[in-house]
Design a protein around this ligand. Structure first.
Ligand code: 5GP
Ligand code: MN
Ligand code: MN
Length: 323
């Protein structure tokens, strides 16, 4: 059932034992939203648990509160409410959905949301789930601490590429300014996010040499960058920012990052300038936004490239590109 933000706030107020989670392969919005909401709910005296069916990427370990995030329990547990942030389908939270027996409140901003939750608050105009959490905190007249501000600034800034992507809105900028007033330090946050181990820089030449550009008559150029399994391991699975290399090439319309987990499992990131790539990702059971989406496809990497090309061509032939 789709509900308003006020009703979401009511559900949170009524519940006492609450489990919070977010999507696997968590990004800045996922963890920032999760931790900000955690700090707020804990301050209201509730019993709150943070569960995540994945590791925390090294570049996000600076966020306050990450040490409170727990791995899954061995046996299923009950709670009054399971709050799922920034996850557009149930598979995105991994095994949490089997391990927590509770009604689900999903707070999300993905246009591709599959409406899997008992209660859904969806605002696809929000640049980040962090923007919605900010609105919720304002609605509840919460006092925003420096920790919460750091988490929410990171959430909003990372999802709109530090205010460069098309989803950068007046609201995103206004909230960011408010969060700086509450104590978030943009330069410190940017430094934490951008700092990489030397090994991650040294593998760049090997990754960049995989660059391949294909010309499609309907959409224009599609650029692929591939990270083979051994390099993915060397990167500790942290591929943040790599998609910007194909994306920033003059003339490229769609950028694709292929993360080869093994011979038969490819995690795909898609970015575009005009094309609605969330529809491409949905074809393969994934999702996302119009200009940033992702999915996992089974098969050898060359076949996966061909399948993506076919899907892009088919969608653009059906009803043209959407902006
Ligand atoms: P990224 O390429 O940065 O991993 O993800 C881009 C966008 O697509 C994000 O909003 C992310 O949540 C979404 N996304 C990435 N992979 C998947 C996936 O496998 N399934 C779904 N539903 N969304 C995804
Ligand atoms: Mn996310
Ligand atoms: Mn998000």
């Amino acid at each position: 059932m789709e509900i308003s933000l006020a009703v979401s706030a009511q559900l949170l107020r009524k519940a006492f034992n609450i489990v919070l989670t977010t999507h696997i392969h968590p990004d800045g919005d996922a963890l920032g939203s999760l931790l900000a909401l955690y700090f707020y709910l804990v301050s209201t005296g509730k019993c709150i648990r943070l569960l995540l069916d994945d590791d925390i990427p090294a570049s996000l370990a600076f966020l306050p509160g990450t040490e409170e995030i727990q791995k899954l329990p061995e046996t299923p547990e009950t709670a009054d409410l399971l709050v799922v942030l920034d996850a557009s389908d149930a598979e995105r939270i991994g095994k949490v959905k089997h391990m927590v027996k509770a009604p689900i409140l999903n707070i999300d901003h993905h246009i591709s949301n599959t409406k899997y939750a008992d209660y859904l608050y969806l605002d696809s105009a929000a640049a980040a789930t962090g923007e919605i959490i900010m609105q919720l905190l304002e609605l509840e007249k919460a006092s925003i601490t420096k920790e919460m501000a750091t988490c929410l600034f990171t959430a909003i800034a990372t999802d709109c590429g530090f205010f460069r992507y098309a989803n950068t809105s007046p609201n995103a900028l206004r909230y960011a300014a408010d969060l700086v007033e509450y104590g978030a330090k943009p330069s410190k946050i940017a430094e934490c996010l951008d700092t990489r181990p030397l090994a991650a820089i040294k593998v760049l030449p090997k990754i960049l040499e995989t660059l391949e550009i294909r010309e499609l008559s309907a959409t224009g150029q599609v650029a692929f960058l591939t990270v083979m399994p051994s390099l993915l391991q060397e990167l500790n699975d942290d591929t943040e920012g790599l998609i910007n290399y194909p994306r920033n090439i003059a003339g490229v319309e769609i950028a694709v990052l292929l993360k080869v987990v093994n011979d038969n499992v490819i995690r795909v990131s898609l970015r575009s300038k005009i094309t609605d790539v969330s529809r491409v990702a949905l074809t393969f059971g994934g999702g996302g936004h119009a200009r940033a989406a992702g999915c996992t496809i089974n098969g050898p990497v060359d076949l996966v490239k061909d399948q993506l090309i076919s899907a892009i061509e088919k969608l653009s032939k059906n009803d043209g590109r959407s902006g």
